[in-house]
Ligand binder design. Sequence first.
Ligand SMILES: Nc1ncnc2c1ncn2[C@@H]1O[C@H](COP(=O)(O)OP(=O)(O)OP(=O)(O)O)[C@@H](O)[C@H]1O
Ligand SMILES: [Mg+2]
Length: 459
Amino acid sequence: MLQKSKILLIDDELESCKALSHLLGQVGYEVEISHSGEDALKLLKERPFNLIISDLFLPGISGIDILKQIKDDSPETGVILITGKASAETAVEAMKEGALDYITKPFNFERLKIQVTKALEKNRLVLENNYLRQQLHGRYHFDNIIGTSQAMQQVFRLMGKVTGTDSTILILGASGTGKELVARAIHYNSPRKNKPFLAINCGAIPADLLESELFGHVKGAFTSAFADKPGKFEVADGGTMFLDEIGNMPQQLQVKLLRVLQEHEFERVGSSLKTHLNIRLISATNVDIQEQVKTGQFREDLYYRLNVIPIHLPALKERRGDIPQLARFFTEKICKEMDRPLISIGTDAMQAMESYEWPGNVREMENIIERTIALTDNMIIGCEELPSDIGTRLPSSALSAPQMTSEGVDMNKIIATIERAMIQQAMGLGQGVKARAANLLKINRTTLVEKIKRLGMEI
Ligand SMILES: Nc1ncnc2c1ncn2[C@@H]1O[C@H](COP(=O)(O)OP(=O)(O)OP(=O)(O)O)[C@@H](O)[C@H]1O
Ligand SMILES: [Mg+2]
């Protein structure tokens, strides 16, 4: 059943209070009455209300004082003030202090009903917005970025240091390593968290549109500019702007961006009116931007402006130790999303994942786990359920000698294949530490190093 909206009515005139409460009750609201400001503030401390309707002139604490107190304690609660002596001045004062509306006695009940409906709708939207914001903040809590490897701990340390600042950040990392996740987490843990976070993919928008997308335009600036339009820099005012794939930003825009960053001002395309820039800039790239600087594709001066604090996100294969925890994190998250009981990952499947190369990094893992869970009926994911390039780690048949034929078999080749697969697994389980891998393979470290070299493995 839908919960009734709760209204607190504060009025020292018993009769009018009773009449109003009765009428609002008939509309379907739950109304509580308070005859003094003191009593009302006590009630407000005890339980929340969706709307306060208060007389302006009360003995003791006045309607305006109640309004001020509410704005401090629970700004989402709307306040409508009532007065018998209609006076424009008090109305203005009340609105300035944040009252939603102002009504005069005797009531025009039809009008009051509309005012109350509007105020409650506003309260609902604010509560909904607060709830969504909380959810969002929770999603980008540092705890939801998985990684206990040294490389990730280093990333967390750096993130912790920069969240409280406004410094410009450049996130570097291969595709799917979590660049956008880190950018959002920095924003939602920063003082700008209640302002917008806007992302723009510099590689996905044609060069001529990107400028207007970023800076906006005025009517007539170009043929299809039929009306004024603010750009992302304006919309993100006070918040964070995430420029993704910055390496793909066209040269002429690189010049403009540099100027904007230097002058902290920008103008819409086709206008000379300058607007002050108040955003935090985070950019990201998965290409070797230093190489682009060397070849002249990316302006060196802009690179230095953007690269105030670089954050390097390691590829997943460089932090294999994080794989089991990430896999469990996604399994749990996806089972919850699909409303299924928690599925676990079998030892074999986990080992296969630990030795896989993950060219698409964390995103690839998330996708594979999602697909596997969607397709399985089992409670434990087995190796054979993973895509074949992951699932075929060391097939047990490889351990039995292949069938000899009259043409013979290349024994060295077969042994090398087996050796390679076993070394890869051991390195995965040993989190990339050769001594540990050697231990698992029951050979000594020097032998392992020699084998890796002889087999031409890149480890
Ligand atoms: N350390 C992590 N912990 C939990 N989830 C992660 C982690 N890293 C990445 N993810 C998840 O993996 C997916 C890909 O991450 P994201 O989009 O941030 O990567 P990206 O580096 O921006 O990739 P691309 O270069 O392809 O745009 C997202 O769903 C993200 O939530
Ligand atoms: Mg991305």
